[in-house]
Ligand binder design. Structure first.
Ligand code: XMP
Length: 510
């Protein structure tokens, strides 16, 4: 296993994902994890991530010198590199020229982690500080025109520092650097694969649940679908899945979820159509927060009522959640230095019923969950769907939610997604959807004047939803979508494309 010590960089997850993709288990810990805890895990290597701090500041996140004396190879990246230099007796200064973006580095020593590289390589920098003096017994291994020490190493002690980021794709040979570190230097075994992970998860589920029963709430989302499928594979009819149709789902979503369970011969799925209850409670409600609260509470009410019924017939002891690795690392160990932490929308059900929680996907990244889903034979169409918020179309209809508005929006949204898929654009976008603006504007159709709603199209590029940029959509495609929506959806005579970044806007409309 390789341990990544996180100094508050968004890239810490990227480092772990790259290593897992190379076939080695990688786990992230906060930078101040106790050395004893690291030793228990017996990692083959340690990577110090980048981070927003500066080692030149009087207070900065650090690690004890002993970390470098455990006999475990260490690779420091960016902030991690500067920290390694500083802790081991070198000097770091605030750079006069800010290295930022793509740069060419000269590889001075083509050994150690640089063994496979050429004399010049393109790499990606993101930090202003530079190492100005090496710690004793280290050598410079790379430099740029502006930075004398862009990388350093002590081959004997297996300690390496790079000021640039090998984990980002702009560093062209970044994977070779990481691969050289984990396999040639750390001698880590290549034993992390979807197949091995699947086996471990199934055993873990069986060991935990034994002959009791598990309840899982499923939505149209990837995580709950894959989690339910794993549970079913491990436990068969001891698993009970509940699907609450809020009436605010994407077009055909309810039917598709039910079909995907039927295909697996999953017996205990209860699909509850609660749309009338949701809509009656939302009648006349305009405030976004109030809408979200009503949807959340109603969901819990429906769910709890169903659980009480199920409990009469089955010995349910566990409640399964589709939590994935980034959720857990962010919420359980909030890094004091991470600039932003995503809020979660967890249910309060386990507490209310005294259930133990089981999280089959807790160690996996989203792309690993998808690959696992493929290995389990689930339809790619469902696995590669864009994210969809819990409150559904409710937060995509600005103002009051009514049955007519839902019908209108879900059709426009389906047309948008259909066109994105046919044109091949869907897979290039992180999230795309239509929203309904309840303002009416004037249009013309044939000889008559119309006075109808506006549909806003939102498509964003993002890594994790915390920040986003609008997707540069081919104009012809936008034209097609607009034409189809205004022709096929009665009640809409105008289509807008949203070109706002997050921040300042959010991805959803409410
Ligand atoms: P915002 O609108 O906050 O959205 O920029 C960021 C990402 O989170 C999703 N989102 C939600 N997901 N329940 C969810 O499960 C929610 O209440 C919720 N609100 C926003 C949103 O779709 C986007 O991917």
């Amino acid at each position: 296993m390789i341990i990544v010590l996180n100094f508050g960089s968004q890239f810490a997850h990227l480092i772990a994902r790259r290593i897992r993709d190379l076939g080695v288990r990688a786990e992230i810990f906060r930078y101040d994890v106790a050395l004893a805890e690291i030793m228990v895990l017996r990692p083959q290597g340690i990577i110090l991530s980048g981070g927003p701090s500066s080692v030149c500041a009087s207070v900065h996140p650090s690690v004890p010198k002993e970390l470098f004396e455990l006999g475990i190879p260490v690779l420091g990246i960016c902030y991690g590199e500067q920290l390694m230099a500083r802790v081991l007796g070198g000097m770091v200064a605030q750079g006069t020229i800010r290295e930022y973006g793509k740069e060419e580095v000269s590889i001075l020593k083509r050994s150690g982690i640089f063994k496979e590289l050429k004399a010049k390589e393109t790499v990606w920098f993101s930090h202003g500080d530079v190492v100005t003096e090496l710690p004793p017994d280290f050598m410079v291994t790379a430099s740029t025109s502006a930075v004398g020490i862009a990388a350093f190493a002590n081959l004997k002690k297996k300690l390496f520092g790079v000021q640039f980021h090998p984990e980002v794709s702009h560093t062209v040979r970044g994977n070779e650097i990481l691969s050289q570190f984990i396999f040639e230097i750390c001698k880590a075994p290549k034993d992390w694969s979807i197949k091995s992970v699947q086996g471990k998860i199934l055993n873990h589920i069986k060991d935990m649940v034994k002959d009791t029963h598990v309840l899982i709430g499923v939505s149209g989302g990837v995580d709950s679908l894959v989690a339910a499928t794993l549970l079913y594979k491990a436990l068969g009819d001891q698993v009970h899945a509940v699907f609450v149709d809020t009436g605010m789902l994407r077009e055909n979503e309810g039917a598709e979820v039910v079909a995907s369970f039927e295909q697996q011969q999953f017996k205990n799925l209860d699909a509850i159509n609660a749309s009338s209850l949701f809509l009656s409670r939302l009648r006349g409600i305009l405030d976004p927060e109030e809408k979200r609260k009503i949807i959340g509470h109603t969901f819990i009410n429906v769910f709890e009522k169903h659980i009480r019924r199920t409990l009469k017939a089955h010995p349910i002891k566990f409640f399964a959640q589709g939590t994935i690795y980034p959720d857990r690392i962010e919420s359980a160990q909030p890094s004091a230095h991470a600039s932003k932490i995503k809020s979660h929308h967890n249910l309060s059900i386990p507490d209310a019923f005294g259930f133990s929680i089981i999280e089959p996907l807790r160690d996996l990244y989203k792309d690993e969950v998808r690959r696992l889903g493929v290995a389990l034979g689930l339809p790619k169409e469902l696995l590669y769907r864009h994210p969809f918020p819990g409150p559904g179309l409710g937060v995509r209809i600005v103002g009051e939610v009514t049955r007519d508005r839902i019908a209108l929006l879900s059709r426009a949204d389906a047309i948008f997604r259909e066109e994105l898929k046919t044109s091949g654009e869907y897979g290039k976008i992180w999230q795309a959807f239509a929203a309904l603006l309840p303002i009416r504007t004037v249009g013309v159709m044939g000889d008559s004047r119309t006075y109808e709603y506006i549909i806003a199209l939102r498509a964003v590029d993002s890594i994790d939803g915390m920040s986003a940029d609008w997707h540069r959509m081919p104009p012809e495609l936008l034209q097609n979508i607009s034409k189809r929506i205004t022709r096929e959806v009665r009640g809409v005579n105008r289509v807008l494309y949203d070109i706002t970044q997050k921040p300042p806007a959010t991805i959803e409309y409410e």
